[in-house]
Design a protein around this ligand. Structure first.
Ligand SMILES: [Zn+2]
Length: 329
């Protein structure tokens, strides 16, 4: 494999707080020898574990970038033992465009791992993370939210893993994050995810879904800011003990959690986020929009649970994920 074309213009091994960039060459019509500068901060104080904190893996999810721009500005280095690598907006072109995928290459960073050094810009970011950032890390937190098209109950999550010691460490980290909900997460599509690559390298990996709709709220931004600091306390990288906040554990046992629209239509929610549903209960209906006088298409819960996520825009298309259920542990 050739080396990554991305150059880290920041100091990883010197004590102190260093702000810099990941510079990725990007030759294009309006800048022949141009590059993409992705902001990065490295905070190091003595020896200890390394945390890698990332937001903006998807460009339209904002709690992570808010918490990480804040942390990079306001972290007190005297409280740190070890190292914190902060990248608030990992798919920087997507973040600048306010879109899930990159406007340059349509790349979905969280389906591009482990990446390719000679691939498109999104694949180059993934490759740099896989071969240059992940090997430094003991703990990884990758922030997500629902973006423009989904809205979630605020939760931190980890996955069921083959290595039960690693799995236990991941769920202990989720608990320390202390979101209102904590989830044993089932993925629709785990291939190519940052999560999958980091977990395969044996890292303690935590992800989140903290809201959505292509914006943040005061409540979800505060959850993100508290959560990241308590996770760093849990890891022994920031001084002090994490505050123990109440959390409700949700399981996602199988694909009955997910409901997908089978028509294009106008979505009428029948249940809101956090409400309890019973198997067979109508949770939403999609009205045909090409004529009046038609019955709506009704979606029912395929198991008992609570509504953990929903489609955000009012119009749905066939194939859209319209609801995700979780089961209270
Ligand atoms: Zn995301």
């Amino acid at each position: 494999m050739p080396p990554s074309p991305v150059v880290a213009k920041v100091e990883f091994d010197a004590d102190g707080i260093h702000h810099g960039f990941l510079r990725m060459p990007y030759s294009r019509d309006d800048s022949a020898w141009g590059s993409i500068l992705t902001p990065i901060t490295v905070a190091k104080n003595g020896d200890g574990p390394t945390a890698l904190l990332t937001g903006g893996n998807h460009g339209d999810e904002y709690e992570g970038p808010i918490a990480l721009f804040d942390l990079a500005r306001n972290l007190d280095i005297s409280e740190v033992t070890g190292r914190i690598v902060i990248v608030p907006a990992l798919n920087y072109p997507a973040f600048r465009a306010g879109t899930r995928t990159s406007p340059i290459d349509r790349g979905n960073l969280n389906r591009s791992f482990p990446g390719r050094p000679f691939g498109n810009p999104t694949e180059k970011i993934a490759d740099f993370v896989t071969r240059n950032l992940l090997p430094m890390a003991d703990l990884v937190l990758d922030f997500h939210s629902g973006g423009r098209t989904l809205d979630f109950l605020p939760f931190a999550a980890a996955h069921v893993l083959d290595d039960k010691d690693q799995e236990a460490a991941c769920f202990a980290a989720v608990r320390a994050f202390g979101a209102p909900y904590s989830v044993k997460m089932l993925e629709i599509d785990a291939v190519g995810m940052f999560d999958t690559t980091a977990e395969a390298m044996g890292k303690v990996f935590v992800t989140t879904e903290l809201g959505g709709g292509g914006t943040a709220s005061a409540r979800t931004a505060a959850i993100a800011k508290r959560g990241v600091r308590d996770l760093l306390r849990h890891a022994g990288i920031v001084k002090g003990e994490p505050e123990i906040r109440a959390t409700r554990w949700l399981d996602m046992p199988d694909e009955r959690c997910f409901t997908f629209s089978e028509i294009d239509g106008l979505m009428e929610p029948l249940v809101d986020l956090g409400e309890t549903v019973r198997e067979g209960q109508p949770i939403g209906r999609a009205w045909p929009i090409d004529r009046t006088g038609q019955d709506p298409y009704t979606y029912t819960a395929k198991m008992d649970g609570i509504l953990a996520a929903r489609h955000f825009p009012g119009l749905v298309k066939a194939g859209d994920c319209i609801a995700v259920l979780g089961v209270l542990d």
